[in-house]
Design a protein around this ligand. Sequence first.
Ligand SMILES: NC(=O)c1ccc[n+]([C@@H]2O[C@H](COP(=O)([O-])OP(=O)(O)OC[C@H]3O[C@@H](n4cnc5c(N)ncnc54)[C@H](O)[C@@H]3O)[C@@H](O)[C@H]2O)c1
Length: 368
Amino acid sequence: MMYSVKIYGAGSIGNHLAHACRTKGWDVLICDIDPDALKRTREDIYPSRYGRWDPDIRLSGANTGSDEGFDMVIIGTPPDTHISMATRVLENNPPKVLLIEKPLCTPSLEEVQRIVDLKKATGTFVAVGYNHTLTENSRRAARILAKNTIGDPITISACFREHWGGIFTAHPWLSGPKDTYLGFSERGGGASGEHSHAINIWQRFAHLVNAGRIVEVSSTMDMVTDGIVKYDRICLLNVKTQAGLVGDIAQDVVTEPPQKKVRIQGSNGFLEWFVNLDGGHDAVCYRDGKGEVIEETIQKTRPDDFKGEIDFIEAILNGGDPEDAPISLERGLETMLVIAAAHVSHRHKRTVRIKYDRGYGPEAFEIS
Ligand SMILES: NC(=O)c1ccc[n+]([C@@H]2O[C@H](COP(=O)([O-])OP(=O)(O)OC[C@H]3O[C@@H](n4cnc5c(N)ncnc54)[C@H](O)[C@@H]3O)[C@@H](O)[C@H]2O)c1
C-alpha cells in the first residue's frame, strides 16, 4: 500500500525516517521551521547518506501547516517540543500512526498525561521511536528467550556508552552541546535522554523474561555545568522490577569506541545482545544448558536500524493490531518515567520508587 507521511524536523532523524519511508515507496513531506535545515537536507544530509537527493520528497517551511490527510505523522524535533506538537496533531488531525521520537519528553513529564488521554480518545497508534527493539538482533533475541533455554533470569545489564563526538560530526553546523538540547538534561538531552535506548532495551528484555516493569531506580550522574550547559555526561542506574529482578543500566556520552550491549544472565546460561559489534554487524550471543556458546552476527548498515521499525508501522497501517508493541506509547512512557526517576534519585541521593497507579507525572515518584 502507498501511504503518506509528514515528518516534522529535517534533522538527523528526519532524514533517516524519510529514507526508510521512501524505501517503502511512500509519499513523504518534511517540514522544518529552519530554512537552513531544509537546504541541508536536500544538498547535504540526504545525498551524503543515501547517495543522492530524492526529488519526490517534498520540503516545506511551514510549522503549523495542516496535518490533514496523512496516514502517519512523525515528530523528529528536539525532545522539549514533542508534547506540544503531538498534542496539536492529535487534537486537530489525528493520523492512523503518530511516531514521536525518543525521548518522549523532558524529565519534568509536563503535560505527558494529555498524550495518553488523546491517544485513547482518537484511537491513533502512538509510537515512541525506540527503534533498537525492532532490529534483527532484537527479534532473534526475543525468539531465543521464548524458548526458555537460559533458565530463570537472574540479572540484566545494559549499556549505551558512546562519545557524542559522532553526533557533532554529523551536525557540523553545531559548535557543541550548548547549541542544542543535547547540552541540557532538563530539555531531554544529556546521556540520560540521548542514550535512553539502553533503559528502553533493558525494559524490553525484562518484559520478554516476564520480570515486569521497573519499580525502583537508584542513580548516580556525572553532571557538566559551565554556566551555560547543564547535562549528565554519565548516567548510571541500579534498578529493580516488579518481579524482584535487579540489574544495572549505564549511559554515557564519553566512551570511545562505543559500547552498546545487553547481557541477560540466567540460571542455565546467558544471552548477550550487541549493536555494532564491529563496523558492519549487530550480534546475539548465547549459551543454553548444553554449554555450547553460539554467536550469530547480522550484517547491517545504519539504514537497517530503522527498517524493522518502519516494517512494524507498515503492519499497523495495513490494519494490524499488535498485542505486544515494543515501540508503543506505554513502553516509551515506562522509559520516560525511569529517566525522570533517575534525575529525582540523583538530586535527592535516594532510591526512587515508581508508582504506576498514580499516572504519568512527578506524583508517580516516592523517595525512600
Ligand atoms: N531513534 C534514533 O536512533 C534517533 C537518532 C537521532 C535522533 N533521535 C531523536 O530525534 C529527535 C531529533 O534529533 P535530531 O538529531 O534529528 O535533531 P536535529 O537538531 O538534527 O533536528 C531537529 C530539527 O527539528 C527542527 N524543529 C525544531 N522545532 C520544530 C518545529 N516546531 N517544527 C518543525 N521543525 C522543528 C529543527 O529546526 C531541526 O532542524 C531527538 O528527540 C533525538 O533524540 C533519535
